[in-house]
Design a protein around this ligand. Structure first.
Ligand code: SF4
Ligand code: SF4
Length: 426
């Protein structure tokens, strides 16, 4: 039995459930939240402000959507989701202008907000300061952010998640975003009815990479997979936030032992079909973390139903942090590691891969467009001109002009994000 360094006590999974106690072995203790160098975070935010990859890497997003649309079921799911989610996103955006519907009492309403959030079905809720250093450049002028942020995590159903990558998992992924979006709007109404402003920043339309604020609010720690790992369901959650000027009390970051545990576990790193996850941590934009290779992840996600193997194979997602930590404390082993149940997955058209087995892709598999749509069109134009011996024909020029005109006329709300895996930003 390993020596226990400290215990984390968290509310039960649902409102009214008994609290859970999670033992953290001494050898897994690091820091509450994430190792952070605030001066570096400041410097990067000022000199290299964040931008959504749906903007800066738009060309590969379009390419990925074209590939996904070759799968008839996926095409229908995507269309249906975009149709249903658009009105939710527009409703969320409008919350920035809504006035409170009552006079504020001036009292701290933290408990009221948390109980309401749990009543609405959120699994985890925590509050901290809204940190502008993590706002995307393209979102900075669009919304009014209030000083405090309520960080919310909604559970994605267990069964379909275990079938990742699959059509069923994609359906539940999209529908969870919609359900939590509607619940967050409800929470916004609740806060306004207590006399304060509340802006819903989601769902699927995040102002930036959420995870540092969620970690600061004590909802979990960043996993090697690039997702927030929450105590009850690990990364099997979808995130949304509400900013407010209500009188609230902040939560504190927690050392769940995850920062060190991921270095022992490494299941997602070993199982990633694209070899897109890093084994070792590096310092990136002022945080110490396992970095994701975007260029190795997106081609897999595009071809294999959104992939998500790193979510499916995480033991904390499957068994919960309490069971995982108790097992580790007793045995020094990672619960489920090496089993087909945890590590196995099937890639459509490629077959089943059990523990120790990975698919092989040819060299061209990872080639994809890069940069935004304008940069990529210009890059392609140059390549075609080069191939024609430097000659720029009228036809080539016309094609380039048409592409640029198409980009310019595009609906900018089409820049919506669907990812909680923020590893590449932060
Ligand atoms: S989504 Fe798939 S390819 Fe991307 S990091 Fe996760 S396991 Fe790897
Ligand atoms: S699978 Fe293991 S290494 Fe990966 S995020 Fe989960 S706990 Fe961390």
């Amino acid at each position: 039995m390993l020596k226990i360094g400290h215990e984390v006590i968290r509310p039960g999974k649902r409102l009214g459930d008994a609290e859970v106690t999670i033992p953290i072995p001494e050898e897994l203790e690091t820091v509450p939240g994430i190792p952070l160098n605030n001066r570096e975070v400041d410097w990067y935010a000022r000199e290299y402000p964040l931008e959504s990859m749906n903007v800066s890497e738009r060309a590969s997003r379009d390419w990925a959507n074209t590939l996904r649309d070759q799968h008839s079921e996926m095409r229908e799911i995507r269309k249906e989701h975009e149709k249903l989610n658009r009105s939710l996103i527009m409703a969320c955006r409008l919350t920035s202008d809504l006035e409170p519907t009552a006079e504020p009492t001036g009292e701290d309403i933290t408990d009221l907000i948390k109980d309401k959030a749990r009543e609405l079905g959120f699994l985890e809720v925590g509050i901290t300061a809204f940190d502008h250093r993590y706002t995307f450049t393209s979102k900075k002028d669009v919304m009014t952010y209030y000083p405090h942020v309520i960080c919310l995590a909604y559970e994605q159903d267990f069964e379909p998640t275990q079938t990742i990558p699959s059509v069923d998992a994609e359906i539940v992924h999209s529908s969870t975003y919609r359900t939590e979006g509607a619940a967050a709007l409800e929470l916004g109404n609740f806060i306004r009815s207590h006399g304060y402003h509340a802006q819903v920043t989601g769902s699927g339309d995040s102002p930036g990479p959420y995870i540092p604020m969620f970690v600061e609010a004590g909802l979990g720690q960043l996993g090697a997979c690039g997702y927030l790992l929450t105590p009850h369901e690990g990364n099997r959650c979808r995130l949304v936030s509400v900013t407010t000027d209500a009188v609230v009390t902040y939560d504190k970051p927690v050392d769940y032992g995850i920062h060190a545990f991921c270095q022992v576990c490494q299941v997602c790193v070993n199982r990633c079909p694209g070899r897109a996850l890093m084994r070792d941590k590096i310092w990136w934009r002022g945080l110490e973390k396992n970095k994701l290779y975007f260029k190795r992840c997106r081609p897999v996600m595009a071809r294999y139903l959104g992939c998500g193997v790193c979510m499916k194979t995480c033991p904390i997602q499957k068994y919960g942090l309490q069971n995982v930590m108790e097992h580790y404390a007793e045995t020094g082993q990672v619960l489920g590691k090496g089993t087909h149940d945890l590590e196995g997955y099937t890639l459509e058209g490629k077959g089943y891969f059990g523990p120790g087995e990975l698919p092989v892709f040819d060299r061209g598999f990872f080639n994809m467009p890069h940069g935004n749509e304008y940069e990529w069109s210009f890059e392609s134009f140059k390549e075609k001109a080069k191939a024609a011996g430097g000659e720029i024909s009228d036809e080539l020029m016309q094609e380039f002009k048409q592409e640029m005109a198409n980009h310019l006329s595009r609906d900018t709300t089409d820049h919506l994000s669907m990812m909680d895996q923020d590893a590449d930003y932060i």
